[in-house]
Write a new protein. Sequence first.
Length: 111
Amino acid sequence: MAKKEKNIIEQKWLTIKNKSKTDNYDIKELDYLTCELIAHLSLLTINEVKEIDGVSIDTYKDRVWWVVEKIGLLPEYRDEDEKEILEMVKDDWEKVEEDFDYEIDDSKFYR
């Protein structure tokens, strides 16, 4: 009996999986391959395809996402407002003098 040929999505996934497991993978090649598979999966999602040969399309999405995260293809996330917040919050505790003499009127507390 002949071995069943894998579908195109499975073939692309296995290529990405095998290349990402090697120690000397080409980051640009993997970037291209993952983008290509993500584009293919997005078209299938738009056409409301839920499964491919009994495997959920979401499973393939999760697998690709995991590889993208693992090999470091995502840029560091920076919130747009983060820079503004960091500018507003200035840490100036070192500028404060430590010699504080406070007088507390205890009569207000003890009656």
